[in-house]
Write a protein that binds this ligand. Sequence first.
Ligand SMILES: Cc1ncc(COP(=O)(O)O)c(C=O)c1O
Length: 419
Amino acid sequence: MNEGPGDDGGRHGDEEGASRADAADAGVAHRGFETRAVRAGFQRTPYGEHDEPIFLTSSFVHDSAAHAAAKFAGEADGYIYSRFGNPTVRLFEQRLASLEGAEECRATASGMAAIQAVLVSLTRAGDHVVCAQGVFGTTIQLFGLFRRYDIETSFAPLADVQAWCDAIRPNTRMLFVETPSNPLTEVADLRALSAIARERGIVLVVDNCFCTPALQRPLELGADVVVHSATKYLDGQGRVIGGAVLGSKRYVDELLQPVLRYGGPTLSAFNAWVLAKGLETLSVRMERHAQNALAVARWLEAQPAVGRVRYPWLESHPQHALARAQQRAGGAVLSFEVRGADDADRKARAWRIVDACGLLSITANLGDVKSTITHPASTTHGRMPIETRREAGIGEGMLRVAVGLEDVGDICADLARGM
Ligand SMILES: Cc1ncc(COP(=O)(O)O)c(C=O)c1O
């Protein structure tokens, strides 16, 4: 991959020194996905605990002055300070790296911290980014903020490969895509985008939040960097905020690590423990989420009050074949249009469905075992200029459901109440 602007990597010769003792992969690197999800990254302490411990400590002690000096100089392994290394955080990083098939992973305090760190690590003033239209609204806001540092972003329709080519400029450093997208569930052709990026020395970054490595592995499809809002399906039960960046060892060591160490968007050890435990059940959860979502999507397609239903595993989805070629299942998130005479009427009818829900939670979060419902135009995407929102295809009648693990009949009955 193109490594972006030069940097000394920040790992050597500074006051902090090398910080991590690399944990072993627990001998499971060659095992199946489910085995790695349960066991990768765990190094048992001399106490012989069966379950992964939490290291709630801000700093670590050294054997002697000489040992401290060696660690600070990067000449000896060992943890120093939890802002830039902690055994529980390392457990989560190694487990996730194993599942995504990445050489390296760094955890962050949130998904947005991960995206910001990637942007800072890959760009400098005067650079340009191409981002998919219709990605998570806050991602668009974040890229907008960086205009003040002379980093400009253009937006390309996610599924139109030619539009991505047309948007690329000589100073483009990064392509950023979320697939399937939120809330439209559009699917980007990752193999095609990676070929375009490689040819031009540009870095392809994929937000793999909706699928997780259980359903899609972007690095295997040619992406250079994967980001996660671990808050979503990696946790899976709506408990903690977290994020992660995955890529080559060289990218992480040389470009990302200094941004994280000096910027300090560190994941707490407690949250890392929750997320590492979340990964243990990722595969079974994602499989059932996808089964339930497909059943709800098919039911919605049969409702007279509902117009278009968007879900990648529906035959009616425009990129159904592509989704099947790069995903293992459709994921948990679907969206649908409520029919109405005009924008105001569609919005009123959509809100009525939300307000009538007794079971589905009215929250903009997703990635939970509890089903959630939201009206993107007035919540997650409410701060987008109305024109941009329209261009991105997020109408006033659109509702997004992140289908959870409740009984499917109960979920459909709840949605039917306000129709
Ligand atoms: C696709 C996607 N990426 C990134 C984020 C941001 O993650 P976080 O809320 O953990 O910062 C979200 C949050 O909803 C999201 O849906």
